[in-house]
Design a binder for this molecule. Structure first.
Ligand code: HSE
Length: 421
């Protein structure tokens, strides 16, 4: 039976889940996969984590050199997060002839080119299913199951932490702060929650996913990104009155005019499939020209769901001995044409001190620029909330119209949120 030695760099949330699955299912993997997998080495500075998992002392490496020079190690699993050390360690492992499995989306999104070149040069594998949408096998679906398609769009809920926070705020009226704290305790959130709540995590993932879907390297510099930290209770309340809930979406489209990739809070219809995706669950909708629409949904964050994806890569690596994964001609990425003036419906929340007179002025300005589909006017604490839901309009045209609204005295534009029907 083929033996496969694994090293795990980092025994945090994902690393400890990976260790558990690999050790507890050793016999099962022998029977079902024909692989005798052993965790030969771990690299972790927190001793209590090593003790909690009951790992023998001789398996604890002192440094990365010890890991990559270990002849029993075939596959190095990088689940430390961060980029500086992760990049150094991953390159060191590849250069030593080890196949690498990682869950690190930031690393993959930012340093794909260098890592890919090194893996190819050394003819070793590089696998990253866990980097995008945790336990949901979206990368393998794109690469192995949809070759008969030109994929025109990939979009959905791709960050568990923000979906958890937004669900708690919408369904239970919880505050942003308490929902974030819960997400951190449950192990969904990144060590630094800015990556989640400001949309960086989703940006890395949609960069990877749209690159694979469209066969072009979609760089993070060309992705429009906005997080959830500007959302207020009133946005959730008025969205609800209009028949919508708010979700943080990653959206990638391959159009005739170019590639359009963005991450931002989005109003989706209350009765849509995405609205029903709650808590830390993720959902990704892929549209291919042959198959039509496919939606994959499941847990996108957390210890065991992410470890599930890591383990599937370890097993895949055990069965494929050379470099694998669709390569991109990264040099050509400069030629990718991007769309920046995308079209959408818009939800605009304005607070006015002057009452109804202002609302009429606002409507007049919109009349000349962007068509209003619905308008809500509601008095709260002596102020007037004016909520405008527009028809589909260009982003630039909408922002130009709003500049004119902002020029009116005594009102503030509190939020602009895009709407996907
Ligand atoms: N912090 C990430 C999330 C973890 O909440 O989705 C999985 O990538």
């Amino acid at each position: 039976m083929k033996k496969l030695g694994v090293a795990i760099l980092g025994l945090g949330v994902v690393g400890s889940g990976t260790y558990k699955i690999l050790t507890e299912n050793k016999e099962y993997f022998k029977t079902v996969e024909g692989l005798d997998i052993t965790v030969e080495s771990v690299l972790e500075i927190n001793k209590s984590r090593i003790e909690e998992l009951g790992i023998e002392k001789e398996k604890v490496a002192k440094n990365i050199q010890e890991v990559v020079s270990n002849r029993n190690v075939d596959v190095v699993v990088e689940v430390m997060g961060g980029v500086t050390f992760a990049k150094e360690f991953v390159l060191s492992a590849l250069n030593s002839g080890k196949t690498v499995v990682t869950s690190n989306k930031e690393l993959v999104a930012k340093h794909w080119s260098e890592i890919e070149k090194t893996a190819k040069k050394k003819n070793v594998g590089f696998f990253y299913e866990a980097s995008s949408v945790g336990g949901v096998p979206v990368i393998r679906t794109l690469i192995e199951s949809m070759q008969g398609n030109h994929i025109t769009s990939i979009s959905g809920i791709i960050n568990g932490t923000t979906n958890y926070i937004l669900t708690k705020m919408t369904d239970n009226g919880e505050s942003y702060e308490s929902a974030l704290l819960e997400a951190q305790k449950l192990g969904f959130a990144e060590a630094n929650p800015t990556a989640d709540v400001e949309g960086f995590d989703a940006m890395y993932k949609i960069s990877i996913l749209s690159s694979l879907a469209f066969n072009k390297k979609v760089s993070i510099e060309n992705i429009y990104r906005e997080g959830i930290t500007n959302l207020k209770e009133k946005d959730i309340k008025y969205a609800d009155e209009l028949g919508y809930v708010i979700k943080l979406l990653g959206i990638g489209k391959d159009k005739e005019t170019g590639v359009e990739v963005r991450v931002h809070p989005t109003l989706v219809k209350k009765d849509s499939a995405l609205a029903g995706v709650k808590g830390s669950f993720n959902a990704v909708k892929i549209v291919g020209d042959s198959v039509g629409e496919i939606t994959l949904t499941g847990r996108g964050a957390g210890s065991m769901p992410t470890a599930s994806a890591v383990v599937s890569d370890v097993i895949f690596a055990g069965k494929h001995s050379e470099f694998y994964y669709q390569p991109f001609n990264v040099e050509k990425s400069k030629e990718v044409k991007y769309v920046s003036d995308f079209t959408s419906k818009y939800f605009i929340r304005i607070e006015s001190e002057l009452g109804n007179k202002d609302a009429l002025k606002i409507e007049k300005i919109f009349d000349k620029g962007v068509v209003i589909e619905k308008i809500i006017k509601e008095e709260n604490d002596g102020k007037l909330d004016v909520i405008v839901l527009t028809n589909v309009a260009g982003e630039k045209q909408t922002l130009k119209t709003l500049e004119k609204v902002k020029a009116l005295k005594g009102l503030t534009v509190e939020n602009i949120i895009r709407v996907e029907d």
